[in-house]
Design a protein around this ligand. Structure first.
Ligand code: AHR
Length: 507
């Protein structure tokens, strides 16, 4: 197939939002326990943080991490996770049918986040709790001292405030599965009042209201306008969640799911802006795509709560949804990153769900190794290489038909331009399963003349598109140099192998 891409330095979407490269640590399965935290592991530091996992997190280039849930947060008491570890209560976590020991809580997460060099995005429980617990958590975390809660934090070993700027007002409150599920009016009022009380404690914080759990929810659209109708003035962002999977043998549609993400984002932007106009508000509400990934919900053996309940018993950190990701999944994740980047003027926060073991780019075994999944690569490449301004791209080229989303481009691309370093970064996917793609990129006014680095991730020799990394073959799927990239004046030509994800940097 063929594709032609044109960019001009004067046509930009806006600066690359660093928070676009966020991730998510939930008290779910083995994300925390035996994921980021495993005292007794040979690689654990004195806090019990796995240094092998920390190194991979840093390499992944994650900027912000949402914590502690997810569905978990809607039944969580944050007070259980602070104070002397030996005195913390064991609790039932209804969301994931697990036992929560509370050995890991807010202070541990703050220490871990400092070591991982990530910003914290803290979620409050608006399921079983409300205004007072949310307000108190902000005081505990962010007030310098001299009040009961801030002094409690100090006595618990943190003299300096945590300074957490980014807060989620609950999680997926539109979902009937959510503990404390609410109607849009109930939630909108609660979010407005909780948010107001939180900002009265610390006016510098930024708030994310829950949008829809996915765009297929029956209330999608009306939920956003009703919630923002109540909480527009107090919140800064509205959330989106989406998980995609290859189903019914329809790989063509799966490879085009970024079109669904584009549509979802554009619909929420339209809804937020319509609410802005109707309410005569001045500020704009931005988007926080704070859960996204590939998730094989329909595969047999997926240990979702029902499956765990059926199996019986209550366990600490059971193995839940530890999806193994293939080359195909990595290409799709690359295109989902492209969708987020293309909308970087309004999507200011995004979190790949989750970080370790639970539908994650990083896997680890208890007492064993940690390794990168296939989807680690597109994320790490874009998080580390997308710098400066997002460029608007004019693309034309061959397309293919999909059952779910109509026609889709065979080549999907985004680009960033960093004025300071004079570096252009291109992120390209070839959705064609059989054919190479001949790509020609014309860059106007960018003065690039040299290939600084070009890499491609595709089906490894001797395997197929379902190839994954695992404990025995942790490096089976990984990027290789992309040869044959030719810069000719302002035009760069390259060839993408079938089913591939490539990054090309020019300067
Ligand atoms: O990321 C896994 C779960 O998916 C989260 O707990 C929930 O918010 C979503 O439904």
């Amino acid at each position: 197939s063929r594709a032609t891409i044109t960019a001009d330095r004067d046509f930009t979407v806006g600066p690359v939002p660093r928070r676009l490269f966020g991730s998510f640590v939930e008290h779910m399965g083995r994300c925390v326990y035996s994921g980021i935290y495993e005292p007794g592991h040979p690689a654990a530091d004195r806090n019990g943080f796995r240094r092998d996992v920390l190194e991979l997190v840093r390499e992944l280039g994650v900027s912000v991490v949402r914590y502690p849930g997810g569905n978990f947060v809607s039944g969580y008491r944050w007070e259980d996770g602070v104070g002397p570890v030996g005195e913390r209560p064991r609790r039932i976590d209804g969301a994931w049918h697990s036992i929560e020991t509370n050995a890991f809580g807010l202070h541990e997460f703050v220490d871990w986040a400092r070591q991982a060099d990530v910003e914290i995005m803290e979620a409050v429980n608006l399921g079983t709790r409300g205004v007072e617990a949310a307000r108190a958590l902000v005081e505990y975390a962010n007030h310098p001292g001299g009040t009961y809660l801030s002094d409690l934090r100090r006595r618990n070993g943190a003299p300096e405030p945590f300074g957490i700027k980014l807060w989620c007002l609950g999680n997926e409150m539109d979902g009937p599965w959510q503990i404390g599920h609410k109607t849009a009016d109930e939630y909108g009022r609660l979010a407005a009042e909780a948010g107001k009380a939180m900002k009265l404690v610390d006016p510098s914080i930024e708030l994310v209201a829950c949008g829809s759990s996915n765009s297929g929810m029956p209330t999608f659209g009306t939920w956003e306008s009703t919630v923002l109708g109540h909480a527009y003035d107090v919140v800064d962002n509205i959330s989106l969640h989406a998980y995609y999977e290859e189903a019914d043998g329809d790989v063509a549609s799966f490879l085009a799911t970024a079109l669904d993400m584009d549509h979802f984002i554009e619909s929420v932007v339209a809804t937020a802006d319509a609410t802005r106009a109707a309410g005569k508000h001045r500020k704009r509400i931005n988007l926080s795509f704070d859960e996204w990934n590939v998730w094989y919900t329909r595969r047999p053996g997926q240990d979702m709560p029902d499956a765990i309940t059926e199996r019986g018993g209550w366990h600490e950190h059971p193995r839940i949804i530890e999806d193994a990701y293939s080359v195909t999944d990595a290409v799709v994740v690359g295109t989902l990153l492209n969708s987020l980047l293309r909308h970087g003027d309004r999507v200011r926060i995004a979190n790949l769900a989750q970080l370790v073991n639970v539908i994650a780019p990083i896997r680890s075994e208890e007492g064993g190794p940690a390794w990168r999944q296939s989807i680690f690569w597109p994320f790490a490449q874009m998080a580390n290489r997308a710098k400066g301004q997002i460029l608007q791209l004019a693309t034309s080229g061959d397309r293919y038909a999909t059952e779910k989303f109509g026609d889709a481009d065979l080549v999907d691309a985004t680009a960033t331009w960093d004025e300071e370093t004079g570096r252009l970064a291109l992120f390209l996917a070839n959705r064609g399963l059989e054919e190479c793609a001949e790509v020609s990129v014309t860059l106007r006014g960018l003065d690039t003349s040299r290939v600084a680095r070009a890499e491609v991730l595709t089906v490894p020799d001797g395997t197929d598109r379902f190839a994954v990394n695992d404990e025995q073959h942790p490096d089976r799927v990984h990027p290789e140099p992309l040869d044959g990239v030719v810069v000719d004046g302002d035009t760069t030509r390259l060839r993408l192998p079938p089913l591939s994800w490539a990054t090309v940097e020019l300067d």
